[in-house]
Design a protein around this ligand. Structure first.
Ligand code: URA
Length: 230
């Protein structure tokens, strides 16, 4: 797990929940989400527990990010009577995972929305320019007719998230939402500057980024923690 080197041990940072959410950002402050997030943040939480908690929390976050999906009705017959019953309008959702950590969030969401279409965006940071460079892009057809939910657990600098949304818009996507576990104020500002139309849903907004681009207090490197790498 990655340490946060600019933070002296024993200096607690204010809990994330005290940071007010700006317009366009929803913080899911449900007790189950917050409890599970605390377990995930803890240094000693095992890889297996981290992965299980991420899967569980992603279901609860998915509930929130899909709250405003467009609805319509369809005529059905119950055993008693015909009725016009609510149903989600339009084509199947597109879930877009920003590799690799996005996959950890996506797996849980697919339990809840098994018919969703799935896309992947791979970006790495150029060591010279520090700008995101695309190495993989595979998304479902007809993005223009789908609600796209972009998933990445950590909204840190916001550079790769903003670049992923750029690519999705180039591919035709119009209704895009961004779902993460933790957000830094810097990442939210970057996303909102580049894509003010993209609603952000997160479990918490943390204090700031450290000099290494890690979220403080954060939970370390989400990919390493979920895959057991270092
Ligand atoms: N990515 C991570 O996995 N963790 C951070 O804190 C920032 C970016």
């Amino acid at each position: 797990m990655t340490d946060t080197p600019d933070l002296p041990t024993g200096t607690p940072v204010e809990p994330a929940s005290v940071v007010a959410a700006p317009a366009g950002v929803t913080v899911v402050d449900h007790p189950l989400v917050q409890h599970k997030l605390t377990l995930m943040r803890e240094h000693d939480t095992s890889t297996a527990s981290f992965r299980r908690l991420l899967r569980e929390i992603s279901l609860l976050l998915a509930y929130e990010v899909t709250r405003t999906l467009p609805m319509t009705t369809k005529r059905i017959s119950t055993p008693i009577q015909e009725m016009d019953a609510p149903t989600i309008e339009g084509k199947k959702l597109a879930l877009i995972s920003i590799l690799r950590a996005g996959n950890g969030l996506m797996d849980g969401i697919l339990d809840l929305i098994p018919a969703a279409r799935v896309g992947f965006v791979g970006l790495y940071r150029d060591p010279e320019t520090l700008q995101p460079v695309q190495y993989y892009f595979k998304v479902p057809q007809h993005l223009e007719d789908r609600t796209c939910i972009v998933v990445d657990p950590m909204l840190a600098t916001g550079n790769s998230s903003a670049a992923a949304v750029d690519l999705l818009k180039e591919a035709g996507a119009k209704d895009i939402r961004f779902l993460c576990l933790l957000a830094a104020p810097e990442g939210i500002a970057r996303m909102q500057e580049a894509h003010p139309d993209v609603a952000i849903v997160t479990a918490a907004i943390d204090s700031h980024l450290n000099d290494h681009g890690y979220i403080v207090p954060g939970l370390g490197d989400a990919g390493d923690r979920m895959f057991g790498t270092k």
